[in-house]
Design a protein. Structure first.
Lengths: 296, 91
């Protein structure tokens, strides 16, 4: 989570920056047996032309697979992101998609029913990008999503339009009042969702064991939890079938009244590390589902 | 006569941000709070703003106002004197 005000207009995720409208129309007009090979061809083009993302993919896959990745591994990694993007576009176009809770997500399920405020942390894994939107759509929860605007954020904005006022973005690299947008979102008593796997713009980071090495992750979400005295849930949404995503969520992390901050942060580290271990276990089995195309 | 709000604010800053190596008296009235010797970052600023709002019933509504209010302890005191709940201010 970033609290700086840099503009990253040139930064983008792998995927088309101006072709989303084309993809939407093609999806409506072309039968899937024709459209899917076209997407695969486009993925090869992306793989050939996006050197930074290709390098990040190779480094990640080397860690996740435990061997030197082949070009086909990298293609599968990029294509998996492409299919995740298509799912977002389809949901934005009205395709039904359900969220179900994994068996390990009891606290999260109780929170969903309670209607209370919370910080929701997620990572660029599987269908996690959709989770905040689907929570809003399915459970009618108002969610403020803190995001880094990249050159091709139209897919997420299209999703937000579908949800009317239920989803609001707080762009971390907008030149507006980020700090105060965040404060107002927290004061509203609604859920605030943040991605917790991009440390480069965060002022509070820690190192954790992840994919065989110490890696840096932002822990701003826990500092916000202490400031606003509300729980943190970490979750990822992963494919669970053609029209279903399964949410795997951490137990609640609760700030405790009177607890020294250092002790609270120690608990926070353990909470984050435990969730990362679960994510790592998932990624070892589904290595192409990691969509943070940044250096580890 | 010195404003009794100044030592109160310094105490709150040290307490809120858990500045273990800083004594309230070490903070100069006109020392910049953000980007100064205290090395506070934006999360510290947010925490400070939230604490001041709760403590004194003020409402800092924009980063421009925050920059003005957090310019120094003296500026913060002036901001709170102007907009805070008089019943919560030390006399």
């Amino acid at each position: 989570m970033a609290l700086t005000r840099q503009v990253f207009a040139s930064t983008r995720n792998p995927g088309p920056s101006r072709g989303l409208q084309f993809l939407r129309l093609a999806d409506l007009a072309l039968p899937e047996p024709v459209f899917r090979p076209l997407r695969a061809a486009g993925t090869w083009v992306a793989l050939a032309s996006m050197s930074q993302q290709r390098r990040a993919s190779r480094d990640y896959l080397r860690a996740a697979l435990g061997r030197e990745p082949r070009l086909l591994d990298q293609f599968r990694h990029f294509f998996s992101l492409c299919e995740s993007l298509m799912l977002k576009l389809r949901v934005a176009n009205g395709t039904a998609h359900r969220l179900v809770l994994g068996p390990d997500s009891g606290d999260f399920g109780r929170w969903l029913k309670s209607g209370g405020p919370a910080f929701l942390g997620t990572l660029h894994v599987g269908n996690s990008d959709l989770t905040g939107f689907l929570l809003a759509l399915q459970d009618r929860r108002r969610v403020h999503i803190v995001r880094h605007r990249v050159g091709n954020s139209e897919d997420t904005e299209a999703l937000a339009r579908r949800l009317g006022g239920l989803v609001r973005f707080i762009w971390v690299n907008d030149p507006g009042d980020l700090l105060f947008a965040l404060k107002e979102a927290c004061a509203s008593g609604e859920a605030v969702a943040l991605q917790c796997d991009r440390a480069e713009h965060s002022s509070r980071t820690e190192t954790f064991d992840f994919l065989g090495a110490k890696r840096t992750f932002p822990i701003t979400i826990y500092h916000l939890a202490f400031i606003f005295n509300r729980p943190v849930f970490l979750s990822v949404g992963v494919p669970g079938g053609p029209d279903v995503s399964v949410v795997h969520a951490s137990p609640a992390f609760e700030p405790l009244a009177g607890e020294p901050r250092a002790a609270g942060l120690e608990r926070a580290r353990a909470h984050f590390q435990a969730f990362l271990a679960r994510v790592e276990s998932y990624l070892r089995a589904h290595p192409y589902d990691w969509f943070n195309f940044r250096p580890l | 006569m010195p404003d009794p709000l100044l030592p109160r604010l310094k105490q709150l800053i040290v307490e809120t941000l858990r500045l273990e190596e800083v004594a309230p008296a070490d903070i100069a009235d006109n020392e910049p709070l953000i980007g100064g010797g205290l090395s506070l970052d934006s999360i510290d600023a947010l925490e400070l703003v939230v604490r001041m709002e709760r403590e004194f019933g003020i409402k800092i509504a924009s980063s421009e106002e925050a920059r003005q209010a957090l310019a120094s302890v003296a500026a913060l005191a002036a901001y709170i004197r102007e907009r805070g709940d008089p019943a919560r201010l030390p006399t």
